[in-house]
Design a protein around this ligand. Structure first.
Ligand code: SAM
Length: 206
């Protein structure tokens, strides 16, 4: 964590919604054989200025990462609750600058996650997926189910903001969707870390 704190000082960041979760990430990664793989395919839903993407690419040297984002912000950015309009206008340029040193390993998909699934559902399988896009439960449940379909057996799926409360109705917040997802897939998952973030491993049914 301290090493990463020094590294991230070189990035242009207006917000940091990630560093506090690094211990969870390291525990989750160490519960898999990801570090031994020659090629680690990763997907991120929601990249913002690129901090979590930078962490993944910096920590897993054999990884490639697809970053899916509208770069238009989520509800909490658009209403000014979590950031300013100045930051929002420049968010994609900031992402490009921050990820420049990893440009050979990162691929951008600009659009809603739902459109990414429509075009790519059966194209790739991923070893690691991070879900941190829209936090409305209606979107989170789709992200969870589609990403689970694209996850390799033994792969790691991490949700940010499991315990976050932003919408008035509890059911509209991430936990409303994530708890449903856990119920639907209970025979196929092992919970690896349960915290502000939730990390699960996919178990083969064979
Ligand atoms: C909390 S930020 C991501 C933070 C980033 N993972 C980090 O830790 O640095 C959420 C991002 O999701 C994006 N987003 C919101 N709704 C989306 C959707 N339906 N599809 C794709 N991206 C979306 C926003 O534009 C925003 O950049």
């Amino acid at each position: 964590m301290n090493k990463f704190k020094l590294t991230k000082e070189n990035l242009k960041l207006d917000n940091d919604w990630f560093t506090d979760s690094i211990t969870t990430w390291l525990r989750a990664i160490d519960s898999t054989n990801l570090r031994n793989k020659k090629k680690i395919n990763c997907l991120e839903i929601g990249s913002w200025q690129g901090l979590s993407a930078f962490f993944i690419l910096n920590e897993l040297k054999n990884s490639n990462l697809i970053c899916v984002d509208t770069w238009e912000g989520a509800d909490e950015h658009k209403d000014g609750a979590m950031t300013s309009s100045n930051v929002l206008i420049n968010v994609e340029d900031t992402f490009d600058t921050n990820l420049n040193s990893f440009k050979d390993r990162v691929t951008k998909y600009k659009g809603k996650s739902s459109s990414y699934y429509e075009k790519n559902l059966y194209v790739n399988k991923f070893d690691l997926i991070y879900i941190d896009g829209s936090h409305h439960a209606d979107d989170v449940i789709i992200d969870a189910l589609k990403c689970f379909e694209m996850l390799c057996d033994g792969g790691l799926l991490i949700f940010d903001d499991y315990l976050w409360k932003y919408y008035d109705k509890d059911i509209d917040n991430p936990a409303g969707a994530i708890n449903k997802f856990l119920k639907i897939k209970k025979k196929q998952i092992k919970i690896v870390c349960f915290d502000y973030q939730l990390a699960i491993k996919k178990i083969s049914l064979k």
